[in-house]
Design a binder for this molecule. Structure first.
Ligand code: PYC
Length: 322
């Protein structure tokens, strides 16, 4: 695989690094071919040199890589594999928006709606006339309601476990009597305590992505008058999502729909930890919902990767003895 060209963008504050082939186009391999090459024991595993492309010191901690592959079916625009510095993601909403904005920047924007293949299913994307990018996600659903996670500091966090392209534990502090988000450091510590509780209790979800509940979403009352709620999302690499999190918003829509708190096609405006916004709706599909999410992305850089074999941080962490 020749990963050489890259384009950086951010989606409502959350960075994406789109990885292209030597000639600036899609990888020659399809997504199923990449997944077949990068798997261990049936689970996808991204090689360390590629994980390092979205890790310090090459990138901001929160960066998600999006490897763009040749489509495996003629009806798809491309395939994409997402990962952060720790591991592959299932779907990634903010990076999907960043990818479409990047393709537009490169003069490769799809005309009208287009299908993108991800490792957890197809998504449909659209570049809107107002410059925003919208995507229709894989179906989202609730696995369990009101699950109690025992916290090491005492007490429990209660929440729903829901799928939105990744698995989320959704702890709610919203509504009229709910609390506002505290500092990023305080919410990061709290979300990490919940994630450790989930791991200690061995909680798993449904079959998608092996049932791994690797994202924690804290929901608060919004700080903006035009938002319905605010979230703080802890990602599996230990950072928090600066965007309102496309897969997290999707999982939340499934939870709101299951609880009868949001009608089909009604608009939901999700505020992020930094105050940016995604707009979302859903349609019903059997026991699941199909979320549609829209937001803005901005290209920030483009260039060529350099692989210096003498660089001790070539595989992410500093590897020289000290
Ligand atoms: O937007 O779905 C998302 C996402 C997942 C992890 C970071 N962003």
């Amino acid at each position: 695989m020749q990963i050489r060209r890259f384009v950086d963008s951010h989606t409502e504050g959350e960075p994406t690094r789109v990885l292209l082939a030597d000639d600036g186009g899609f990888q020659r391999e399809t997504l199923p071919e990449v997944l077949a090459a990068w798997s261990r024991g049936g689970a996808p595993e991204v090689p360390a040199v590629h994980l390092a492309l979205c890790a310090n010191p090459r990138a901001a901690d929160a960066t998600v890589c999006a490897l763009v592959c040749r489509p495996s079916r003629p009806t798809a625009l491309c395939g994409v594999l997402f990962w952060n510095a720790a591991a592959p993601l299932g779907m990634c909403g903010h990076a999907t928006i960043g990818l479409v904005r990047t393709l537009a920047h490169l003069g490769m924007a799809p005309a009208g709606r287009a299908t993108i293949e991800t490792r957890v299913g197809d998504v449909t994307v659209e570049l809107r006339p107002d410059g925003r990018v919208a995507f229709e996600n894989v179906p989202a659903r609730v696995h369990a309601h009101d699950v109690e996670v025992v916290l090491e500091q005492g007490g429990v966090a209660r929440g729903d476990i829901a799928w939105g392209g990744n698995w989320f534990f959704i702890a709610r502090h919203d509504g009229a009597k709910g609390r506002a988000m505290r500092s990023h450091a305080e919410e990061l510590a709290y979300a990490n305590a919940i994630a450790r509780g989930i791991a200690r209790m061995g909680l798993r979800a449904g079959p998608e992505n092996g049932g791994l509940i690797d994202h924690t979403l804290l929901l608060f009352r919004p700080s903006r008058p035009d938002a319905d709620a605010r979230n703080f999302v802890l990602c599996p690499n230990g950072t928090f999502d600066r965007s309102p999190c496309g897969t997290g918003t999707s999982a939340l829509l499934a939870s709101l729909a299951a609880r009868g708190e949001l009608a089909e096609h009604a608009r939901w405006r999700q505020e992020s930890a930094i105050g940016s916004i995604f707009e979302a709706t859903y349609r019903r599909a059997g026991d699941a919902v199909v979320p549609a999410v829209a937001g803005r992305a901005f290209v920030t850089a483009e260039g060529s990767l350099v692989a210096d074999t003498t660089d001790p941080s070539r595989e992410g962490a500093w590897t020289e003895p000290h």
